[in-house]
Design a protein around this ligand. Structure first.
Ligand SMILES: Nc1ncnc2c1ncn2[C@@H]1O[C@H](COP(=O)(O)OP(=O)(O)OP(=O)(O)O)[C@@H](O)[C@H]1O
Ligand SMILES: [Mg+2]
Length: 294
């Protein structure tokens, strides 16, 4: 079996005031799109930047494409593409100049025009980067991560600040990368994004992984939730059950007997968002409210 693209064993990271990562384990297979989810301060960026070789770990084993990123091997720099959460680019050069420059750092870069198109920067290539809007700057970060044609791409909140169309375009880019067999590790606060893109996700909180699995499978094994509007009171009712067959039979036969439609009925397993909120919710946490524009 091929070695995984990323392997993390009992990883710890302490800052002076907090242990941000408290013993996490996961693997990302080659060609997999893997998502790290979790509230602000969960330890996602810390984990990703350790894998990128930008931060030193306190303890644990980390392997990226078979190398220890802590040693900053040159080969990793050539094989890995990165979108940092903070972004940050040279402000006085144009989009085109920056990408041309960046492409030269890699042994086999992608065509710069193609990358400009992929990132949706078509009309912007001769503008100075400082005059780009926030979302356009994020697209430029994305372009910088792609231009070296890396086999592994780290995307830390790649679509934060994107308008809806730009987000969909970025999703398409990630899918294209996946089709090309690239490995992608991304963080996001958008659970629809995780659901749409990720083969597997890990949900983190307070430096620990709470659960890990395919988005569609995380809720499996949980109870079905049946929601309907009560015909007499007009109120929305809900019940959780292992098997909704009996309840549905009851509800539909009662509605048929009354000759009325059954209003607002849904039968669902918990969505990724339900699972996420269930696992990460705590009464005191206001932090999960301010997830946008991170
Ligand atoms: N350079 C640093 N020095 C000290 N503490 C830090 C540093 N970077 C992060 N932390 C702390 O470590 C914890 C985890 O931060 P991290 O940036 O990894 O979270 P995150 O999951 O990426 O959050 P977000 O969703 O807000 O981006 C936080 O409590 C943060 O305050
Ligand atoms: Mg972060």
């Amino acid at each position: 079996m091929q070695a995984p693209a990323i392997l993390v064993r009992d990883l710890h990271k302490s800052y002076p005031s907090i242990e941000a990562v408290r013993g996490i384990d996961f693997e990302v297979a080659r060609g997999e799109v893997f998502g790290l989810l979790g509230p602000n301060g969960a330890g996602k960026t810390t984990t990703v930047e350790i894998l990128e070789g930008y931060r030193e770990r306190t303890a644990g084993i980390v392997s990226v494409l078979g190398h220890d990123p802590g040693q900053r091997p040159r080969t990793l720099r050539e094989r890995v593409g990165i979108v940092l959460q903070g972004g940050g680019v040279y402000r006085h050069v144009t989009v085109r100049e920056l990408l041309d420059h960046w492409a030269h750092l890699y042994p086999a870069p992608r065509d710069v025009d193609e990358v400009i198109e992929l990132a949706g920067l078509g009309g912007k290539q001769h503008e100075r980067t400082r005059s780009l809007s926030g979302g356009q700057r994020r697209r430029l970060d994305f372009a910088l991560a792609l231009v070296g044609d890396p086999e592994l791409i780290f995307l830390d909140e790649p679509t934060t600040g994107f308008d809806p169309a730009a987000r969909r375009a970025a999703w398409q880019t990630v899918r294209t990368l996946a089709e090309l067999g690239k490995t992608v590790l991304l963080t996001t606060h958008y659970l629809d994004e995780a659901q749409a893109l990720c083969d597997r996700v890990a949900i983190m909180k307070d430096g620990r992984i709470l659960t890990i699995g395919a988005p569609a499978e995380l809720g499996v094994g949980a109870l079905y939730r049946v929601v309907w509007r009560d015909a007499e009171t007009g109120e929305v009712q809900s019940r959780e059950t292992e098997d909704p067959t009996g309840l549905l039979h009851q509800l539909t036969s009662a509605a048929l007997a009354r000759g009325e439609p059954l209003r607002d009925i849904t039968v669902a397993r918990p969505s990724l968002e339900d699972v996420y909120l269930d696992l990460t919710e705590e009464p005191s946490a206001a932090a999960s409210q301010e997830v946008r524009d991170g």
